[in-house]
Design a protein. Sequence first.
Length: 78
Amino acid sequence: MIWTDSKSEIAQLRRRIEMELEAMRQGLYGYAAGSARHEFIRARMENVGAYQEMLAEQIGEDEATQVLCHLYVSIIDA
């Protein structure tokens, strides 16, 4: 039961990171400009950092970093 809960939490954190990165990508390449755009992207980056820390508690820091890097490249560089 605990293992299932842990896998579910990992999947949720991963999805939240994906959503934040997708929002960041839209902010980078969207029509918004200036300081509002900068603040939007900064807030998304802070959220990603918080989710990465939570993910690291579940799967370890190295693996969480690998997951984040993979998601970043696949979403931001898409």
